[in-house]
Design a protein around this ligand. Structure first.
Ligand SMILES: *Cc1c(COP(=O)(O)O)cnc(C)c1O
Length: 398
């Protein structure tokens, strides 16, 4: 079937939860995708910061094929070697001692919220359960994570929300300190806000956040669902800020495109979960864990963190050159390959023009172009994208 035919069938059978583009990718390799009509696209969205190794990375494909032929699923009633090995890898490379696995970012954050509440209740009593999060944050689409998210557009229509969340401006120490009450049990933040527009806080902010947590015995939860797994040039974004959390959540890029979520914690905190307190049927099954192990090993063994720093620096510099050329570009910011370009106008039209010219771009917060290409992106890929973007911005100006 061609793209047109797929789009018609989609209208018939798929619920309209997304504003989907009329684009039907059917094959991918590295930083490139091909649609059902055979047209090629250079991918600077990477499945929304999921395809950090690009599409169909040979090591991920091999791990999935091999594991699929051996054992796909058994149950968390039994021990799962791939899950154990993945937990060891994540703990060895982070602040954490223990891992819990689920299937998505929202589920990882649900697990973090439940663990924080349970830990606080065990240690300080039932009156202490509130979690402070940031405005413009994004933590997922389940009821608890919608309640945690600081964006009206995500929350509206779904009242009553889950009780026990308050929101303060991001990167504002005073507002955070003022929001702490005797009922507060945790602070939950993205180290860099993704959906909120690629918002990067000061290093000083997280030093102060950690101090506020320590002084008030609050748990610090980092939602690294988007910025973890090498996206910023460190395996985890918190490493930039010299500020370790007590709980961290991962998902998007963790298994090279296979659906997974993880919630990591220090031993003392993790101990609040005892058998029967939380769980997931699929969470951490052999298939996805094999893909995640291959993904982490590839990031570490193929020096992708250093490559991310290098390519991120190159992309940022090229975007800054464009920013100087076009007065409606307000600014460019980023760490590693997590880069935002603020415009003085809605950016949706730029994405459509990108599709016409064979490049996948992305907008967050209406006016921010977000660049989250695969970490394996090359200098030639960046140059190709910049050339196309330059043409599009020239069109927009005219
Ligand atoms: C994408 C995202 C989520 C939600 O992940 P899902 O897998 O879609 O549930 C949560 N937090 C952040 C920071 C994200 O970017």
């Amino acid at each position: 079937m061609n793209s047109e035919q797929w789009i018609q069938k989609s209208d018939t059978y798929i619920m309209k939860t997304y504003g989907r583009f009329p684009l039907v990718p059917v094959r991918g390799q590295g930083c490139r995708l091909w649609d059902a009509d055979g047209k090629e696209y250079l991918d600077f969205l990477g499945g929304i910061a999921v395809n950090n190794l690009g599409h169909c990375h040979p090591r991920v494909v091999a791990a999935l094929q091999q594991q699929a032929a051996e054992l796909i699923h058994c149950s968390n009633l039994y021990q799962i070697p791939q899950q154990i090995e993945l937990a060891e890898l994540l703990c060895e490379h982070s602040f954490a001692d223990k891992a819990f696995f689920c299937n998505s970012g929202a589920e990882a954050n649900e697990a973090a919220i439940k663990l924080a509440r349970k830990y606080s209740r065990d240690n300080y009593g039932v009156q202490r359960y509130e979690i402070i999060t940031a405005t413009e944050s994004f933590h997922g689409r389940t009821m608890a994570t919608v309640s945690a998210t600081g964006q009206e557009k995500v929350q509206r229509f779904f009242d009553p929300l889950l009780h026990g969340f308050s929101h303060v401006p991001f990167n504002d120490v005073e507002a955070l300190e003022a929001a702490v009450t005797p009922a507060t049990c945790a602070i939950m933040l993205e180290p860099i806000q993704g959906e909120g527009g690629v918002n990067i806080p000061t290093a000083e902010y997280f030093r102060e956040v950690r101090r506020i947590c320590d002084q008030n015995n609050l748990l610090l939860i980092f939602d690294e669902v988007q910025v973890g797994m090498g996206r910023t040039g460190k395996l985890f974004a918190y490493e930039h800020f010299n500020c370790a959390p007590d709980i961290m959540t991962l998902a998007k890029a963790l298994a090279g495109g296979a659906p997974i979520g993880a919630m990591l914690a220090r031993n003392e905190v993790a101990a609040a979960f005892s058998p029967g307190t939380h769980g997931s049927t699929f969470g951490g099954n052999p298939l996805v864990c094999a893909a995640a192990i291959a993904t982490i090993r590839t990031i570490l063994e193929e020096n992708l963190l250093a490559h991310t720093v290098e390519m991120g620096g190159f992309l940022l510099a090229e975007l800054e050159t464009l920013a100087k050329k076009y007065p409606f570009v307000q600014g460019v910011r980023g760490i590693g390959l997590m880069i935002g370009m603020s415009l003085a106008l809605p950016a949706a039209g730029i994405v459509t023009k990108g599709h016409e010219r064979g490049v996948l771009l992305n907008v967050v917060h209406d006016t921010v172009l977000r660049f989250v290409p695969p970490l394996i992106v090359t200098q030639q890929d960046v140059t190709q994208m910049i050339t196309i973007l330059d043409c599009i911005l020239a069109e927009v100006e005219a």
